[in-house]
Each structure stands twice: as structure tokens, then as C-alpha cells.
Ligand binder design. Structure first.
Ligand code: SAH
Length: 405
């Protein structure tokens, strides 16, 4: 039997839980010391022992666990998980029905009613990600529920809960039949080669689907495109299919070269007519400036934090600097796709970084399009922090010609 404990919360947290806030933050708890075993069911009460909500204990960088229900009598077992999952699947009907998109998020943590758990669909296979030991203790129920309510060929998993929130390597195969990788999935008609059994990442970040589509449909035609922090080159592929004159992909990781070649190849694009560079983005900026190179479209999608031999980059400290580097090698009237997945600040602050960069470069600009998470990455209105993605399409004005003035 799963353990169950009662924990009191302070008055501030009480009001938040009553409004539907899903995260059990450490600061909310008056007697957090009763929490011992991850996966324990937690009944949250106010000072007068009035029931507020029921959740589970699972430590993540974000907090101590998640609320699952505000109904005192609801049992948290396979039935609950099956109902929650079935509702999430029903919500994605348009995705399941679309033959041009065969990879999407089926279950998005607290947005779908179970924080710490996400499930993605890749061409008939399901990939479950566990973000704490606590949520992993529900593994048998979640996998059984998935097999009952979804039509799955096979199930894979990623454990993402060592002490630093990093991926834990082990055999990722869980149930059903094993896939053959790469698995080719589609996204708005673009092919992507996917691996469910090869480390922390699969080959594409599904949350950028709408951004890739915008680039392909509205921004790439006839343009020179620079894709920085390019990983497997997904944005470059979208641009090339959208009619870009040429793409340049820059990433520090050695394997990004073969991975990018593969993504071009599964789309029938001659990779030799594209540039794929394994190098530090900051060195590339220097190189491009020296060669007086300029691009029509520049994609900036850095990790929240990165350290290379020479540079340390933290989105919240260095985005303005990164943006200035990008502005310097973008054509007049060109577009910069400024993206970040950092949950540590919101859209307003992100716009502030962009504003500052243009001010320092003494240039005008206009935000022409704005994206947050796509529909399948469901977020709750009571938990805006869950919507971590921020993408701005920024059009440059005309540069003041310093020589003439
Ligand atoms: N934009 C990509 C995802 C980027 S993931 C996409 O949409 O698919 C972050 C990538 O940044 C990783 O591939 C990592 O190797 C790369 N990276 C981190 N620091 C870097 C640096 N200083 N220069 C170049 N690439 C870097």
C-alpha cells in the first residue's frame, strides 16, 4: 500500500491551493519533515485541519510534489491515472487525426493533471518522461493505463531525476515491441529522424513545432539563414524546405554534424549545399563579423545554461549580449528569431532583454510575431510558470550609416 500523510500549509499557500495552484512548494509546508518516502500521498490541510487538496511527494528542482485532486475522496490509483490520461488523449484528437504530424505531446505534466510526468507520441510509440523518484513510483500504474487507453506499438522512458535533475542512463525500453531507429516521424509534412533509445534527447524538440512551421511558411523563402545552437538542425531543415537560399547551422557538439546531415537527408535535401559547422557560436560571431557576412534570418535558441571551453552562457544574464552579436550579422530589415526555454523569467522580461540589445546597438526593430508553448503542451491558467517557452520574431529596422553621418 502506498503511504499517506497529512501536511499543513500556511495561509498564503492555502489561498493558492484553493485557487487551483498545482505545485507543492517547500515554503508552503508547515511540517515538511513528515515527508520521507517519495511517492507518498500527501493530504494538504489548513491550520484547522480542513482538507484542501491531495497530491504526491516527489522532489524536483521546482518543489516537493504536485496536487492531483481537490476531491478528498478520490483515490489515486490506476483508475485515476487512466481517467486523467484518457482525457489528455481526447484533448489531442486533432493531432492524432492529422497525417502530416505524427509526433506531439500527449500528456504535459500539471497542465494535464499530473505534474512531474510527460508523455510524447512518436509515430505509434510513446515516450514517458519521469521528473522525480516520486512520480516514478507510479510507473506500473502509468504504463498499464497507457496500454489500456492508448493504441501503442511500444513504450520507452526517460528518467530525469538524479540529484541534479539530469537524465539517468539505462535501457529506455519499457513495454510492447521495440522500435527500429531512426524512426521517421512527420511534423507539418517535414520528416524527422527520431531515436527513443539514444540518451536524453530524441532528435527534435516538439515544443518548437509552430515556430518551425512559421519559418518554413513565412520567413525562409529566398533567404540566407543562420541557425545557431542548431543541435540536429531542425530549424535549418524547416528553412530549407521553405525555400531558403542557403542555411548555415552552428553547434558545438561534434555529433550535431552527422545528426544534421541525417535530418536534411530524410527530407531529400542535398546537405552538401548547406553549411554545417561544429564550433562555438561565439567564435562564429567573431568570424562572421571579420568576414563581413550578413544573414537575412538568424535563429537564436540557446540552452538556458551552457559552458564551453572559453565561454559560460546563462540566458538570464547574457541574452542581451547574444542578441547584440546576432544583430551585428543580420541584414537591414532582416529577422531574428529570438527563443528561450528558460522558466526563470517571463515574456515581459525577455522582451526587456531584446529592447536593451537594440538600444545598445542604436537600432530600431519591431516584434512581428510571438509564440509560447503550442496547444499540445497544455498549461494551466493557475500555473503560468509552466509556459516556459518564449519566441519572438524580431524584424530589424534600417541601420544608420555611420560613415555618411
Ligand atoms: N535550437 C535547437 C535546440 C538547441 S539545444 C533545436 O531547436 O533543435 C542546445 C544546443 O546548444 C546543444 O546542441 C548544444 O550542443 C549547443 N550549444 C551549447 N553551447 C554552445 C555554444 N557555446 N556554441 C555552440 N553550440 C552550443
Amino acid at each position: 500500500m502506498r503511504q499517506e500523510v497529512t501536511v499543513r500549509v500556511n495561509d498564503k499557500a492555502k489561498a493558492e491551493f484553493q485557487r487551483g495552484y498545482p505545485l507543492i512548494a517547500k515554503e508552503a509546508l508547515e511540517n515538511a519533515d513528515v515527508l520521507e518516502t517519495e511517492g507518498t500521498i500527501v493530504n494538504l490541510t489548513d491550520k484547522h485541519d480542513k482538507f484542501l487538496a491531495k497530491g504526491y511527494y516527489g522532489k524536483q528542482n521546482k518543489g516537493y510534489g504536485w496536487v492531483l485532486t481537490r476531491n478528498k475522496d478520490e483515490a489515486i490509483g490506476q483508475g485515476f491515472i487512466e481517467r486523467t490520461l484518457a482525457a489528455a488523449i481526447a484533448e489531442r484528437k486533432t493531432f492524432y487525426d492529422d497525417p502530416n504530424t505524427t509526433a506531439f505531446r500527449v500528456f504535459n505534466g500539471e497542465g494535464d493533471g499530473f505534474g512531474g510526468l510527460s508523455i510524447d507520441y512518436y509515430g505509434g510509440f510513446y515516450l514517458v518522461s519521469w521528473y522525480s523518484e516520486g512520480v516514478y513510483s507510479f510507473k506500473d500504474e502509468v504504463i498499464a493505463a497507457l496500454q489500456n487507453v492508448a493504441d501503442c506499438k511500444g513504450v520507452y522512458q526517460k528518467k530525469r531525476f538524479d540529484a541534479k535533475g539530469q537524465y539517468i542512463e539505462e535501457d529506455d525500453f519499457v513495454a510492447g515491441e521495440r522500435g527500429e531507429f531512426p524512426l521517421i516521424v512527420k511534423e507539418n509534412g517535414i520528416n524527422f529522424a527520431i531515436y527513443l533509445n539514444d540518451g536524453a534527447m530524441t532528435g527534435i524538440f516538439l515544443d518548437q513545432r509552430d515556430v518551425r512551421n512559421a519559418i518554413k511558411e513565412r520567413y525562409a523563402k529566398g533567404k540566407t539563414v543562420l541557425n545557431t545552437f542548431s543541435y540536429t538542425g531542425a530549424f535549418s531543415v524547416a528553412a530549407a524546405l521553405g525555400g531558403a537560399m542557403k542555411t548555415t547551422s552552428v553547434d558545438l557538439a561534434k555529433r550535431s554534424n552527422s545528426k544534421t546531415i541525417e535530418q536534411f537527408s530524410v527530407n531529400g535535401i542535398d546537405y552538401e549545399s548547406q553549411d554545417i559547422l561544429v564550433m562555438d557560436v561565439f567564435n562564429y560571431f567573431k568570424y562572421a563579423k571579420r568576414k563581413e557576412m550578413k544573414f537575412d534570418l538568424v535563429v537564436l535558441d540557446p540552452p538556458s545554461f551552457a559552458r564551453s571551453k572559453k565561454y559560460t552562457f546563462s540566458t538570464s544574464k547574457d541574452y542581451t549580449h547574444l542578441m547584440r552579436e546576432a544583430i551585428a550579422i543580420t541584414e537591414d530589415k532582416g529577422v531574428i528569431v529570438a527563443s528561450t526555454n528558460s522558466a526563470s523569467f517571463g515574456m515581459q522580461k525577455f522582451k526587456g532583454f531584446i529592447e536593451k540589445a537594440f538600444k545598445e546597438e542604436d537600432m530600431s526593430y519591431k516584434i512581428v510575431e510571438e509564440f509560447t508553448l503550442p496547444k499540445d503542451f497544455r498549461v494551466r491558467k493557475e500555473f503560468k510558470e509552466g509556459d516556459y517557452l518564449k519566441v519572438l520574431f524580431v524584424k530589424l529596422g534600417k541601420r544608420k550609416n555611420v560613415a555618411e553621418s
